[in-house]
Ligand binder design. Structure first.
Ligand SMILES: [Zn+2]
Length: 299
């Protein structure tokens, strides 16, 4: 992934290490929710007014490629951490991937006649506070809909490489893009609808809804990847890296590894097959209308 060519986001805050790092990560990313609105509805009704690629300044066909110019690197993101613990290169990569999600979703929203209000991304090591409660390494990366912030302990990237067998920068970019996908769901009102519907059903129903929400975030991550690919910012092997990561955090893989058995009714994020499928749908089509996991009979 040519992440050095992505525009660096200003929306990264590095909170450093609180001294409690070293926890393990059991699950597969997540979301934390607060109050919401109505019934799960569809993005099928959304219309694309314009090609997001054009709005990214990347004309299709023979219009030529115009990747964002590399920018010089002012040091630091937000307040200085008590103890810098996040490797600079990782921080830089995350900031640039986030920047590119801002550009892509900005263009997609503009095409929908709307405006993309980007999330903030909090880097931390160990634990930190969020409006959704305490964030710790044990929770894994998550999006908090109450403060509209993505929380990422970059130790998770080590887990992704070593425990989940999914190394590579695009695997890590997939994790960031998935959490940003939850923010997109929040802006589109899907998360509020999900929240309301989840309150009206039992535990099993909630798990099933959660799977659809997570698979949609995977599909949205794929939509971002689609536009990165169309602008020649991916390298050979990147797509495979991303698909490997999506499979690695499948509930069946994690349950098999941690419990030695698989209980599909307890899935909250979807199986390896489902996660790679929906990531691929977004990646291949680049069209959010194809990401309606709530309409699919079996996601
Ligand atoms: Zn998620």
């Amino acid at each position: 992934m040519r992440w050095g060519d992505f525009r660096r986001s200003d929306n990264v805050e590095d909170r450093g290490d609180d001294g409690s790092s070293g926890g393990g990560f059991p699950g597969g990313g997540g979301i934390k929710l607060t109050g919401g609105a109505i019934v799960i509805v569809v993005i099928a009704s959304l219309l694309f007014g314009a090609d997001p690629l054009q709005m990214l300044g990347m004309l299709t066909g023979d219009g030529g490629q115009a990747p964002a110019p590399p920018q010089s690197a002012p040091p630091g993101y937000g307040p200085a951490p008590a103890r810098p613990a996040v490797r600079d290169e990782t921080k830089e990569m995350v900031a640039r991937v986030l920047g590119d999600t801002e550009d892509v979703w900005g263009a997609v929203f503009k095409g929908l006649g709307s405006r993309y209000d980007p999330p903030k991304l909090i880097l931390f090591r160990g634990a930190t506070q969020s409006a959704c409660g305490r964030a710790s390494a044990a929770v894994g990366p998550f999006y908090c809909s109450a403060d509209r912030e993505v929380y990422l302990d970059t130790a998770f990237f080590n887990d992704l490489t070593k425990r989940f067998g999914a190394p590579g920068d695009f695997a890590q970019a997939y994790v960031v893009a998935h959490e940003v996908g939850h923010h997109v769901q929040n802006l589109m009102g899907i998360m509020g609808q999900y929240d309301k519907a989840a309150q009206r059903t039992d535990a099993r129903g909630r798990n099933a809804l959660s799977v659809r929400l997570e698979l949609q975030a995977d599909c949205f991550a794929g939509v971002w990847g689609h536009y990165a690919q169309r602008r020649n910012l991916l390298e050979p092997g990147d797509v495979e890296e991303g698909l490997r990561a999506a499979a690695a955090v499948g509930d069946d893989r994690i349950q098999q590894a941690t419990q030695g058995r698989v209980a599909p009714e307890s899935f909250t994020h979807g199986s390896a097959q489902q996660r790679t499928h929906w990531f691929r749908v977004g990646l291949d089509s680049g069209d959010v209308r194809n990401c309606d996991t709530f309409a699919a009979r079996t996601p």
